[in-house]
Write a protein that binds this ligand. Structure first.
Ligand SMILES: NC(=O)c1ccc[n+]([C@@H]2O[C@H](COP(=O)([O-])OP(=O)(O)OC[C@H]3O[C@@H](n4cnc5c(N)ncnc54)[C@H](O)[C@@H]3O)[C@@H](O)[C@H]2O)c1
Length: 315
């Protein structure tokens, strides 16, 4: 019989994580306090799961198989009963996470991992007083995790390293790509990468250097090409004949000079914000926004298909 994983909160991330876990072979219970949300998650997920199957991204499983292990439930107690992993996906509100974890620590099986999808509130802010604080951690996805498989594991200082390691192995076995942070830090890694890029995008437009369209193109047709399969450090290693040290020595001064020009923050407000927003609405009117989101998701699936093929075939 499949082991059970519980989703606490069945919004965007709860549904996406449910797909990842069920695709990984687990039975998934879905709980949400808002009436009807857990039940309505089923047809929404089926649509996505069918797309994943069509793209060969279901780990060889079928839509019916993945969906047959999804169980909407009415109470948190039912959700966590017999669960080996509980994933909390409630809104990003500290007091709410604190209350939820206090409850989950009481009602979940004593050996279940208690994980939060929190994007910015670190584990130590809402688990310190708990008897079971050694089993609590953040497992932070990047949306949508069924195609963008990175997961940031962020333990608190009191999380048992063995629990973190076992969780990492469990997620890897599901085809996810977990990384482990050795200490808590604001924004974890993904947002710390994304934040300076966004700052710079605003700054370049504010300085009149480039249009919003070309900022995005510089990334999508430029440096992101290699970043989709090697990271910024390996880019450096491969861009110098004698490897990373040579690269760092050669480009340190240029990068320091650029960083000195990037120290002042550009406010994301006023005429600059209006200008970028107007530019978007001219390109993608609001009534086409949802279709554009669906296009993005189809592109992400196509990229995931390519990466899967490339990982297996390009040595
Ligand atoms: N959306 C993203 O791109 C993204 C990415 C990574 C992490 N996260 C994080 O995931 C978490 C959930 O975000 P989301 O985007 O799925 O939000 P969402 O608004 O889509 O879903 C939140 C769900 O939680 C439910 N909820 C409200 N109170 C609850 C409670 N007491 N117990 C259980 N569920 C409750 C709501 O009814 C809602 O269905 C947040 O911590 C967020 O920061 C979001």
């Amino acid at each position: 019989m499949a082991e059970r994983v519980a989703m606490i909160g069945s919004g965007i991330i709860g549904r996406a994580f449910a797909i990842c876990f069920s695709r990984g072979g687990y039975e998934v219970t879905l709980y949400d306090p808002t009436d009807g949300v857990a039940e309505k998650a089923i047809p929404l997920m089926r649509e996505t799961v069918a797309d994943l199957e069509q793209n060969g991204l279901l780990n060889g499983r079928t839509t019916d198989d993945v969906m047959s292990r999804m169980i909407p439930v009415k109470t948190m107690e039912e959700a966590v009963e017999g669960a080996i992993h509980v994933q909390e996906n409630a809104p990003e509100v500290l007091e709410l996470k604190r209350e939820l974890f206090a409850t989950l620590d009481k009602i979940a099986p004593k050996d279940a991992v208690l994980a939060s999808s929190s994007s910015s509130i670190v584990t130590s802010k809402f688990t310190e007083e708990l008897e079971g604080r050694h089993r609590c951690m953040i497992v932070h996805p990047t949306n949508p995790p069924y195609v963008v498989t990175i997961l940031e594991l962020v333990p608190a200082p009191w999380t048992d390293p063995e629990v973190t390691q076992k969780t990492r192995e469990r997620l890897e076995a599901m085809g996810m790509s977990p990384i482990t942070l050795h200490k808590e830090v604001t924004g974890f890694i993904m947002n710390r990468f994304q934040s300076p890029i966004l700052q710079e995008a605003f700054r370049l437009v504010a300085m009149g250097v480039v249009s919003p369209e070309d900022v995005d193109k510089a990334m999508s047709e430029g440096i992101s090409q290699r970043w989709s399969f090697i990271g910024p450090l390996e880019v450096g290693d491969l861009n110098a004949p004698n490897g990373f040290k040579e690269y760092a020595e050669k480009y340190e001064a240029m990068n320091r000079n650029i960083a000195m020009e990037q120290r002042d923050l550009v406010p994301w407000a006023g005429p600059l914000l209006d200008y970028i927003d107007k530019n978007f609405r001219e390109r993608v009117p609001m009534d086409q926004h949802k279709a554009r989101q669906q296009w993005r998701d189809r592109r992400l699936m196509a990229l995931a298909v390519h990466k899967k093929w490339a990982n297996e075939n390009i040595k």
